[in-house]
Design a protein around this ligand. Sequence first.
Ligand SMILES: [Zn+2]
Length: 245
Amino acid sequence: MVVLNQLRKSGGFWLKLDDVNILHDPGPGSLVMIHQLGLKPKDIDAIILSHRHIDHSNDVNVVTEAMTGGGFAPKGRLIAPSDCFVNDPVVLQYVRPFVDITEIKPGLETTIKDVRIMFPIENQHPVETYGVIYTFSSGRLGYIPDTEYFPELLQAYSGVDYLIINVVRMRTDKRIRHLNMEEAAELIGKIRPKIAILTHFGLQVLNSSPEYQAKMILQKTGVEVIAASDGMIFDFDNREKNKWF
Ligand SMILES: [Zn+2]
């Protein structure tokens, strides 16, 4: 509902790790937001989809075109679960020759320049879904996208310095297989990154003030927690430079 009514932007997040640019989960509006924020699609080195749901993949084709100059300058990578390419594929056939495609499998490791990218475990969600751990010069960054809570997540993401975590609900609804705030707090408290960033809020979370929830998790766990907002820039090296729009 938050995406469908655009109560928050849904373009995913842009990572600049050392000199590698990665667009993660380009949902509806991603191309528009890229331009509004003054970023350039042709700078993207890789697009990564955690899973095929439309709030994570809607703009994958148009951004692939934009990244490759309308397909005239093939470059870059597209890394996504295998079910993004078969039966009702979210990655259209005609854009596939524009990029180097990698299908994610649990445990897959790959590198782009000096950035190491690892997909430690398959999440528990209605479609094939993978989180990721990036290793770059400032440390290890984990991203836990849509999933039901399951204890193996703790081991899979242990030792990350930074953790981005999708928290959709305040109360669990078994039908939609998402983390609730208490489960996110549990993961943060046990994984213990230096900083955790909450994102992908559903209506219940928006109505419960994501900023207040972040403060509560800090009090409970002692881990610094930030609630993401549209256009937020987070600088891993220069925290004082961080901007909230
Ligand atoms: Zn999903």
